[in-house]
Design a protein around this ligand. Sequence first.
Ligand code: NI
Length: 287
Amino acid sequence: MKKQRWKKIGALLAAMVMAAAVTVTMAGCGGGEAPAPEQTDSETQAVENNGTAPSVAVINVDTKGVVPKEHLVVETEYGEVNLTGIDLEKPMIALTFDDGPGAGTGKILRVLQENNAKATFFELGSNVENNPEMTKQLADAGMQVASHTYSHPDLAELSVEDMKEQYSKTENAVKAAAGTTITAVRAPYGSYDDEVKANTQYPIILWSVDTLDWSSRDTNAICDSVYSAGVGDGDILLFHDIYETTADAIEILVPYLQDQGFQLVTVDQLFAAKEIKLEKGGVYSQA
Ligand code: NI
């Protein structure tokens, strides 16, 4: 895969962020002396932060004076991806949720926020139109809202015209609900062919761990599928946020996976962090 070009915020801005964060640290430590950078214990930091942390200032207050990571934004052809707070040297995975917004979405969002985790929601445009407020909440919370088409057809069986309509109607629904643009699609049933690839203007994101939550609809079975999967760095896990049993499993799995040392990031963050450029019409099942 092609290596992605990094766009780092200028050294001046980075220095300003560092300086501001150190100030916060000192206040949080009751005016004590700020630690030197070499004292940073990033191992401890990752654990204490419960995975990813979006805010530089919060990192420092919560971790008793650990020096902040560099403010890092990567520019892709789909827009900027913010990697601030993600430790690029440590394992990360992407939780993904299909078919919503639905019965489990609200609880899943709450669990993610409580654990300072991020995830990607491949939503159906039709469901976004039915519940635009939920889609807005996801986007506002920093979750990646992506496309799962408008009405869940097998793309390989559609005309090019119909396929593009599936994409555009979903783009419009998400734009109207949350004001965000689509940067990835998950093909329903994981089904695609050369014609689909040639006419898709985003990367096609599949998965490397299938929890079969749609089949079992059993919280324990969903958890067991993850425990036994041998989840590793760069994996993409497939769930569906239309089931309450999935939401109940997520409440168990998010802290479990973080205890295993995984940062929970969006698909965009996962590939940007691994310096893998996502191509239009390219198919990806892990990073
Ligand atoms: Ni689906």
